[in-house]
Design a protein around this ligand. Structure first.
Ligand code: MN
Length: 418
């Protein structure tokens, strides 16, 4: 693929995350203004709410961009998704005749405050990275029982909390919780001491379902993708997770990056899931490549310190695609809604420096990560800022996700000591 040129010069740089090929969707505000829908282009954000109001972006017979969220566009369906992208390409492409009319609706990204790009209807998190599942299973249950017997047959997931999803930049408060004590009859109530990240991709469901759907239908239902950090309290998780899976360990916060990168932008980077180790039931068969080649990284910056990359991996490491996960999610008849968010599961590569959580990077705290200056990390410390990055890199083109950032705030005093 090659770069599609824009009259906004910064968008034509091969390293710019937001070229005309990308056109990711976000919600932003400037100064004390109201949040509005925006599209990132070069180092600018285009106010598409204003554009629609000015009659320069007619998508339907009623406004779709006036709610400060992208849900109405998603609900309008794939025909509108395609029309929107085509109209934006026309407006922002080199030689556009509407350049003069657009200039007043562009703002520097540096001045924009980003908000949640959509209203999350429901949130489900999966466990679909095999390296992660093997690593965690080995630590929790031993190498013999690392992968549960169902793992190679089912994209395992749990129902999370939509209310916990926050946008990049939101502070994350260290939680309190019930933690296993010296024996099973003496649990403790304490601030989480093993607070962690999970590097994931989030798939956004843009169309509803009313019954079981195929993998191809599921892929068509997906609107776009964001980076996702599933903050995880490992000590709380280890005590609570059997037999129904994670609960409070995953309910503090889940951070997403502020820009929805559309399926259309990712299309040139489609790739296949790895070879099946056991045959899947026919309903999970993929009709074509359903993963994407997306470079991912994890950065840590201790308070006042410089950011250090501690992991690099790729979304192509997943064993199950989002389309397979979504199809599986509907098998029971579970209705999916516009704005549902599906976490991929932690994305870990095969090597030590490609692991997507501190639990794996420090091997449960046994091999702490060494940072420049000699600091070490097994789990997160107060003041640590964690940044997830993601980008597809092609022939002189970068499709960037925008960063997914969160800083750890210290636990509050015991909330029950009053
Ligand atoms: Mn997770």
């Amino acid at each position: 693929m090659t770069i599609i040129r824009s009259w906004i010069e910064t968008a034509n740089d091969p390293t710019c995350p937001f070229p005309l090929n990308n056109l990711p969707y976000g919600v932003f505000s400037i100064a004390s203004g109201a949040p509005r829908c925006g599209v990132a282009i070069g180092d600018q954000v285009l106010d598409v709410t204003a554009l629609e109001k000015a009659g320069l972006l007619q998508l339907a017979d009623h406004p779709l961009l006036d709610r400060g969220a992208w849900n109405p566009v998603m609900a309008a369906g794939a025909t509108v998704w395609n029309r929107l992208r085509t109209v934006l390409m026309g407006h922002l492409g080199e030689g556009s005749e509407t350049q003069d009319q657009l200039e007043g609706h562009l703002h520097p990204l540096a001045k924009a405050t980003m908000h949640m790009p959509f209203t999350v209807s429901e949130y489900t998190d999966f466990y679909a990275g095999k390296n992660h599942a093997v690593n965690v299973g080995t630590m929790f249950r031993g190498a013999e029982n690392a992968l549960p017997p169902n793992w190679l047959h089912i994209p395992i997931g749990y129902n999370g909390r939509a209310s916990s999803v926050v946008v990049s930049g939101t502070g994350v408060r260290r939680p309190w919780g019930q933690i296993k004590g010296p024996n099973d009859d003496a649990p403790r109530w304490a601030p989480c001491a093993r607070f962690d990240i999970e590097l994931e991709l989030g798939a956004i469901v843009g169309q509803p379902s009313a019954g079981p759907v195929t993998v191809a239908e599921a892929d068509a239902m997906i609107f776009g993708y964001v980076l996702l950090n599933d903050w995880s309290a490992r000590d709380i998780q280890a005590w609570e997770y059997q037999p129904l899976g994670p609960f409070q360990a995953k309910a503090t916060a889940t951070t997403i990056s502020p820009w929805i990168v559309t399926k259309a932008a990712l299309e040139p980077f489609r790739t296949t899931t790895p070879e099946r180790e056991k045959p899947l039931l026919p309903y999970l068969a993929e009709p074509g490549p359903m993963l994407y080649d997306i470079d991912l990284s994890v950065e840590i910056a201790p308070k006042g310190g410089t950011p250090t990359v501690i992991s690099r991996t790729n979304y192509n490491q997943m064993y199950y695609s989002a389309a397979q996960q979504l199809a599986h999610h509907t098998t029971s008849g579970c209705p999916m809604r516009v704005g549902d968010l599906l976490g991929s599961g932690t994305i870990s590569g095969p090597d030590r420096d490609s692991r997507g959580s501190l639990l794996e990077l420090s091997w449960g705290g046994k091999e702490p990560v060494i940072l420049p200056g000699g600091q070490t990390r097994s789990f997160l410390e107060d003041g640590d800022t964690m940044t997830l990055t993601g980008a597809c890199r092609g022939n002189g083109v970068t499709i960037g996700f925008g960063n997914c950032i969160g800083t750890i705030m210290p636990a509050l005093p015991d909330p029950y000591a009053r």
